[in-house]
Design a protein around this ligand. Sequence first.
Ligand SMILES: Nc1ncnc2c1ncn2[C@@H]1O[C@H](COP(=O)(O)OP(=O)(O)OP(=O)(O)O)[C@@H](O)[C@H]1O
Ligand SMILES: [Mg+2]
Length: 237
Amino acid sequence: MILNVSNLFKTYTRRGEEFNAVEDVEFFAWSGDFSVIFGESGSGKSTLLSLLSGINRPTQGSIVFNGADFANLTDAEISKVRNDKIGYIPQESVFLPHFTVLENILLPRALRDGKNIEVKNLTDSVDDDIVSKFETLGIAHLVNEMPAELSGGELKRASIVRALVNKPDIVIADEPTSNLDENNAKIVFDLLAELAHSGTSVIVATHDARGFKYGDRIYTMHKGRLLPNSESDFGGL
Ligand SMILES: Nc1ncnc2c1ncn2[C@@H]1O[C@H](COP(=O)(O)OP(=O)(O)OP(=O)(O)O)[C@@H](O)[C@H]1O
Ligand SMILES: [Mg+2]
């Protein structure tokens, strides 16, 4: 088991009232396993994924990743684990505006190796595997542009490549096909499925009904709770 989550809560306060954006979640993920989380807007999907990827700390509960309990790690240690081992694709793409797309994509690798970003050209800077992902996702021609010059869907695809640059053990993708047309959405799901087949653990939060076909395990979030799904329940897509 790569990820073991138990009794997880994230409590926020709004207008003086506390509420649980994530409530008593139990979750397990294995290598080669494709988990899909559906749920209506505001149900807590992004909050849960931010906890699993170590961006946010839970209010209560435990997250054990590859045998290491996040609660025993400092923020710097969690950041290192996240950068080196976890491929997180945020719901809203975040890029450093003064670096090119390729430089942004190589940043996790530079951080891992303690080096400056050195970009000559695409084929010199990254291995064939990453070049082929650029090509599969149709953004190879954009890598030397600045992020502000890309569309939302192009940035989304770039952030998918960035999440894969360190060959993570687990990929945590928050709405990876939002902003994408039919064809590109299918390409993204196929790519995630291929990663799962080759042993990566994949967790996707989505409103995209393709998830039913691709997921080995399907869940629905409802008011912070994570429920195993039955095929008949298409609520909250
Ligand atoms: N930092 C925060 N402070 C207070 N409340 C928050 C914070 N972040 C999220 N929330 C609230 O927590 C709940 C869950 O939000 P979250 O973003 O996890 O939902 P979601 O399922 O990802 O929704 P969507 O499908 O729209 O992306 C929402 O009610 C949201 O308003
Ligand atoms: Mg969300």
